[in-house]
Design a protein around this ligand. Structure first.
Ligand code: PLP
Length: 572
């Protein structure tokens, strides 16, 4: 078991007794100092690292000591998830663990002799947490507060979930803290508005509504019909499309529905390869799309690492596919949807654009739209578009019937009406000037962060970015580090990214040679170019530091300070 231990100059008197107990028990110790009793140390500077070790699961428990034990307890308790208390007797140690599920035990050298330490710790560590609902509920209330119900809500101060299912409640509270305390750079993630969160968490989840507005298989659909009609109309208006289907549960479902609508098993499709930035649903061998259809992949040009439309046209000419798809999960440059539609049509193929990643930029007019050119367009609603997790299909009227039939009853049953309501809110939000300003800032932040890393010697796929994401190619300046290791190191500094394969990949998809970085989420928190530049520098520091604990810890402290300046937009 891992135990994090720390004391200030006054608590040093108990240090040997604490360490001796840990070693006798076989505990692995994270030693947060200080070992020097002669130089004064500010107790929060010791308490916070220990509390954070516990908060983020690096250590199961913490032990802190100072003169009174009080300052350490107060400081440690500032961190959500930490339950710290001064313990003066064996009985207190027992109760603290049993009832309060204490995880940081504090000692005071003013009141406690070194020989009293072991029995207190023993009582604490030998005790078990009371798993009864009463105590779990109280502990969950401590940790999670009243989220998601905040000020002004009828449920303010109450949470049914905390009462009924404290474990899930606490896990949600933990994830909320994680979102608050990490810089989120996963290019496909974002923070929805409180309105979208409210719609997604609404009572619409109770309603079955198989079919489409006006043609349902269940009664009682007048309100959900209104919701879905609004969502469809808003999507059509936002993207200038003749028809919209807002029911796909996800981007993958949207893609599969398009295939089901226009292809037969065994048909030929031409799609972007996964390692060059495509998605699993673009014909990857282990995805149903790769099993059902005869797939030919195109990639990016080996030199420029950009799409080579002339090469695509040549492959299309040779393969004569029924469908050409374009769109990517990890492509940092603009896509010329018009060119792809033209080269597909030239060989009698249909053109499908998967604009999952860039849908928000398209909605804001900052990326060329595929809608006027491609026969079928799919999107996710949760990436740059900043809506709830879900899928969307846009098409011309001539494909409407086939698409709707392919979604339901083709591959889905009842639509998720709460999510469709949240999509409707998202489409409305995406029409305003505020949204356009947001997307402009997403682009600026990505450009600034990419440039910062390039200036510090990092190599980027395709030489940089035109959109919301970029990819670091680690092979050039950090050949021994793979994407997996980079992701782990950055996560320890509270910077969340994802490892990613890159063109010409030589490592496995589990290890990868690249890291994908995107700016939609930090921009939603209100961060701008100054923060983007700073984060770029921190990324470089962590990756270049050879795993130095000191560098990681310093960056983590800075990231936490940054995050506290840009709170999430949710109450509670
Ligand atoms: N298409 C592209 C280009 C994507 O990047 C993704 C998701 O990352 C999807 C489709 C699938 O979306 P979902 O995860 O909602 O199924």
């Amino acid at each position: 078991m891992l135990v994090s231990v720390g004391m200030d100059h006054r608590g040093v008197a108990l240090r040997s007794a604490i360490l001796h107990f840990c070693s006798a028990r076989g505990f692995l110790v994270i030693d947060r100092g200080t070992a020097d009793g002669s130089a004064p140390v500010d107790y929060p500077l010791i308490a916070h690292p220990v509390a954070r070790d516990v908060q983020f699961g690096r250590a199961r428990f913490g032990i802190l000591a100072c003169g009174s034990g009080l300052g350490m307890a107060v400081a440690a308790n500032r961190l959500p998830g930490v339950r710290a208390a001064l313990v003066l007797s064996r009985e207190m140690a027992k109760i603290f663990r049993r009832h309060n599920h204490g995880n940081v035990l504090c000692l005071g050298a003013r009141w406690q002799e070194p020989e009293e330490v072991a029995p207190l710790l023993q009582y604490f560590f030998d005790e078990e947490e009371d798993g009864g609902l009463r105590h779990r509920r109280r502990v969950a209330l401590l940790d999670g507060g009243c989220w998601p119900y905040g000020k002004g809500s009828a449920m303010e101060g109450k949470s049914a979930l905390a009462t009924e299912d404290p474990e899930i409640f606490a896990a949600i509270g933990g994830e909320r803290r994680r979102q608050e305390e990490y810089v989120e750079l996963i290019a496909s993630e974002n923070f929805v508005s409180p309105s979208i969160l409210e719609a997604a968490g609404s009572i619409l989840t109770n309603k079955y509504a198989e079919g489409y507005p006006g043609q349902r298989y269940y009664g009682g659909c007048e309100f959900v019909d209104r919701v879905e009609s609004l969502a469809r109309d808003r999507a059509k208006k936002l993207f200038g499309a003749e028809h919209a289907n807002v029911q796909p549960h996800s981007g993958s479902q949207a893609n599969m529905a398009v295939y089901a609508a226009v292809l037969r098993p065994g048909d030929r499709i031409l799609t972007m390869s996964l390692s060059h930035g495509g998605h699993l649903t673009h014909g990857y061998a282990k995805n149903l799309s790769g099993m059902l259809y005869e797939v030919t992949h195109y990639g990016t040009d080996p030199e420029s690492q950009r799409l080579d439309y002339a090469a695509m046209a040549r492959i299309a000419e040779k393969v004569r596919p029924k469908l050409v798809t374009v769109g990517a999960s990890a492509y940092p440059r603009q896509i010329d949807f018009q060119k792809v539609a033209e080269l597909a049509h030239a060989v009698g193929a249909l053109a499908m654009a998967d604009m999952a990643h860039v849908a928000g930029l398209v909605a804001a007019g900052l990326h060329p739209s595929p809608v006027p050119f491609c026969d079928l367009v799919t999107a996710t609603t949760h990436k740059t578009l900043r809506g709830p997790r879900g899928g969307l299909i846009l098409c011309r009227k001539e494909f409407a019937k086939a698409i709707d039939g392919a979604v339901f009853p083709g591959i889905q049953g009842g639509p998720l009406m709460h999510i469709i309501a949240a999509k409707a809110v998202c489409f409305r939000e995406a029409t305003g000037q505020k949204f356009r300003d947001y997307q402009r800032l997403v682009l600026e932040n990505a450009a600034v962060m990419a440039k910062t890393l390039q200036n510090l010697g990092f190599s980027l796929v395709a030489g940089g970015t035109d959109n919301h994401l970029f990819l670091i190619d680690l092979r050039k300046n950090l050949p021994t580090m793979d994407g997996k290791m980079a992701q782990i190191l950055l996560e320890r500094a509270h910077i969340t990214v994802n490892k990613n394969t890159i063109p010409g990949e030589t490592r496995s998809p589990v290890d990868t040679s690249g890291v994908r970085i995107g700016t939609p989420a930090i921009t939603s928190r209100g961060m701008g170019p100054a923060e983007a530049q700073q984060i770029g520098q921190w990324i470089a520091e962590v990756l270049m530091a050879n795993g130095s604990e000191e560098t990681i810890a310093t960056v983590r402290e800075n990231v936490l300070a940054l995050c506290s300046r840009f709170p999430l937009p949710y109450p509670g």
